[in-house]
Design a protein around this ligand. Structure first.
Ligand code: ADP
Ligand code: MG
Length: 703
């Protein structure tokens, strides 16, 4: 059956009770264009007419109450801002006050003294008298014997719609009219029968029916569960199909051999033994890159887990097979650092890496572009400058994108186009992404994980200190510096004002200087407004150990590597998000010495900030921190996810419905493993549904 002849594709104006005018409002206010859109406007609550509380029996701690009584004393009292409409609602047992501050004249008009009303709302008390402010109110119609027994749905509306006479209860009438026309054929099943049975899910028609008109709470929850599962399941099937299709169709360059460069480096110049996790990932990359389809891999690993060396070895692999490779970083500092560390790692082999950033001088830039195009440059590190139009590669075969979530999808797409056959892409994340998020937002990517830190790392001790203990903190830094170690002191970027951030930082710098006077000590300072050359010098002096203390804003945040630094002090730690705190802490604990992270705050800190700080003090596992971050902030706020489109679930939540998501993923993978073309009779409903939806959603993903 096609969508066209499904009643649900009818324009909303054709619904009884709508018409062109109301249709316009529904479109504007609620994005409801078709019957189907209205079907997907789900009630936010149901009125259970059978549970009416006698006013005398209202418990003082009840939150919402529903009462029935006679309306009396309807009057407007007070003036100007204090003006309000009040009424008393009486049943046989007692009375309750009703109060409205807005829409007074309109509400007064529709209410009649002496009539019996059904009233619902949030209970509050004023002078010990129970009252409901802005109650939902309607004429009470007792249930007839054989009348429908379901809970009555109440729908979300907007102020504008309410003013036009379309409040939540009136929208319920439209939905009721809609259901007069819906048959079981209008809502065909889209989940394979065996899954429905295995998971004990309601069928699709029944689920929609019951989410609007449940017989009771249990049925409502069953409906909700089924529809949430459906959202996850369909999304997982689609993500998997994209992945499978890419594997089957996209041509990729083939790295068929492991050659001299890789082997020489691996056997003779690797400064440490790889962790098993690193070895595993390398194996995955090698296998993937040999298959002839384009690799699109997300590499997750905690701060300091050693992603860079994996990138380097992969780049050597590319070179062994005759291809160029690039590594793209989000900031100049990071690009610089990668450039330096790759060069020093490769120096014994007499290989050099080039650097291209926004501040590469014109003349040098020209030479680099020529060499890139002619294939003389095999390895290049850079910033966004790498993906500019005029950067032409000779045969780019491998692209690493570091600290992924600062780059948008479009920028990754630009990398694709740098070569006739798209290069393999390895996307490395700065901080771990919660599993549920990775599954939904990046579910179409292949996925590797480094879940093991290099041997010999000592746990970083993290503590919370307040302003009063600043002196002690400084003494602590001094002790560490005396032992030959180095320290960071980080100030937050104040988003509203670069000037304020700068002043804060400079004041902190002066203060730090007074604790650590020259010439005995020397301090580097780093902030965003500084000219790049000066930034580099200051950074370089700290890297070399010429300066013992680095006072900086968060420009230092990602990637920077100074193994001798053992103290990370974070000023105004309450102003930082969890993932940022974790990133910053990751700047220490990189060498063999014990490291410390000190979170400095004022004495007044919000509960949520305290929770973040507590999390930091109790765990150093980036995956746990990422989960906590997701929980505290919600998925929309996690960096880089907002635009991903993978979070457009109406009912399901990747925070609260994790188990359901896991299940949906498992089931989707199983269906496609067994029957990738969805040919089996059992899978036809799913296939039909996907075909129908084609083109209706602008669901695409490129990496
Ligand atoms: P990240 O994953 O945060 O990018 P890096 O690649 O910067 O981490 O590595 C952090 C530090 O750990 C670097 O100094 C690196 O040389 C070192 N390192 C990486 N892998 C290992 C290993 N297997 N054994 C010991 N040290 C390692
Ligand atoms: Mg890194």
């Amino acid at each position: 059956m096609s969508v066209q002849n499904n009643i649900l594709s009818s324009p909303i104006e054709y619904l009884k009770g709508v018409g062109p005018l109301r249709a316009d409002w529904l479109k504007k206010e609620l994005n409801i264009f078709t019957f189907n859109d209205l079907l997907h406007l789900f009630p936010y609550r149901h009125i259970d007419k059978s549970t009416i509380t006698a006013i005398n029996n209202i418990e003082t701690n009840a939150e919402y109450i529903q009462v029935v009584g006679k309306l009396t004393n309807l009057q407007i009292i007070g003036e100007r801002k204090g003006k309000r409409l009040t009424a008393t609602l009486k049943d046989e047992t007692g009375s309750i006050e009703l109060v409205w501050f807005q829409g007074i004249s309109w509400i007064q008009k529709i209410l009649t003294e002496g009539s019996i009303y059904l009233v619902f709302g949030k209970l509050s008390y004023f002078n010990n008298t129970p009252q409901i402010i802005h109650a939902e109110i309607e004429l009470y119609v007792p249930l007839q014997n054989n009348e429908r027994k379901y809970f009555e749905p109440v729908y979300p509306s907007t102020e504008k719609l309410k003013a036009k006479g379309l409040n939540g209860r009136q929208i319920a009438k439209l939905t009721f009219a809609l259901w007069q026309q819906i048959t079981i054929e209008s809502i065909p099943e889209n989940i394979p029968e065996n899954i429905l049975t295995e998971l004990n899910l309601l069928n699709r028609y029944k689920a929609y029916k019951s989410i609007h008109y449940p017989a009771n709470k249990i049925e409502y929850n069953q409906a909700l569960n089924r529809l949430k599962f459906e959202e996850f399941f369909i999304a997982q099937v689609r993500l998997n199909l994209v992945k499978i299709q890419r594997h089957q169709c996209s041509k990729g360059v083939i790295f068929e051999k492991v050659g001299a460069l890789f082997n020489n480096f691996y056997s003779n110049h690797l400064p440490f033994e790889l962790t098993n996790a690193q070895k595993n990932v390398l194996k995955q990359i090698r296998q993937d890159a040999a298959k002839g389809h384009q690799m699109n891999r997300l590499l997750q690993g905690d701060v300091g887990s050693g992603k860079t060396i994996v990138a380097l070895l992969s780049m050597l692999l590319a070179a062994d097979n005759g291809y160029q490779s690039c590594l793209m970083a989000p900031t100049e500092i990071l690009a610089m650092q990668h450039y330096n560390s790759l060069n020093s790692l490769l120096q014994p082999m007499n290989i050099s890496v080039s650097l291209l950033t926004g501040s590469t001088k014109a003349k040098e830039r020209k030479a680099i572009l020529t060499d890139l195009q002619e294939g003389k440059i095999k390895f290049i590190v850079g910033t966004h400058a790498l993906i500019e139009e005029n950067v032409q590669f000779n045969n780019l075969g491998f692209a690493v994108v570091d600290e992924q979530h600062r780059f948008g999808v479009a920028q990754r797409a630009a990398l694709w186009k740098k070569s006739v056959i798209p290069p393999h892409i390895l996307v490395m994340t700065a901080t771990p992404i919660p599993r549920t998020l990775a599954m939904t937002a990046y579910g179409d990517l292949d996925y590797s994980i480094i879940d093991e830190l290099p041997k010999g790392r000592q746990a970083i001790t993290t503590v919370h200190r307040n302003e009063m203990q600043r002196m002690k903190v400084m003494e602590f830094i001094r002790d560490e510096v005396t032992k030959g170690r180095q320290a960071y002191i980080i100030y937050p970027l104040i988003e509203e004002s670069e000037k304020l951030s700068y002043e804060d930082l400079m004041q902190g710098y002066q203060e730090t200087k007074s604790y650590f006077p020259e010439p005995k000590y020397s301090i580097s300072v780093l902030h965003g407004k500084m000219p790049i050359a000066q930034k580099e010098t200051n950074m370089q002096r700290f890297v070399e150990g010429t300066t013992q203390i680095m006072v900086s804003t968060t420009v230092i945040e990602v990637g920077v590597n100074v193994p001798n630094a053992t103290v990370m002090v974070i000023e105004s730690a309450e102003k930082f998000g969890l993932s940022q705190l974790h990133q910053l802490r990751g700047r220490v604990g990189r060498g063999s010495e014990k490291s410390f992270c000190i979170l400095l705050t004022g004495s007044k800190v919000s509960t949520e900030a305290l929770e973040r700080i507590h999390t930091m003090c109790t765990t150093s596992n980036g995956f746990i921190i990422a989960e906590k971050d997701l929980e505290l902030r919600g998925p929309g706020d996690v960096d880089g996810v907002r635009q991903s489109g993978a979070l457009n679930f109406k009912l399901a939540s990747i925070v609260n419905d994790r188990e359901l998501l896991e299940k949906a993923k498992q089931m989707a993978e199983k269906v496609l493993t067994d029957d990738v073309e969805l040919k089996l009779a059992n899978n036809l409903p799913l296939k039909n549904y996907l075909n129908q939806q084609k083109g209706k959603t602008n669901w695409s993903k490129i990496s």
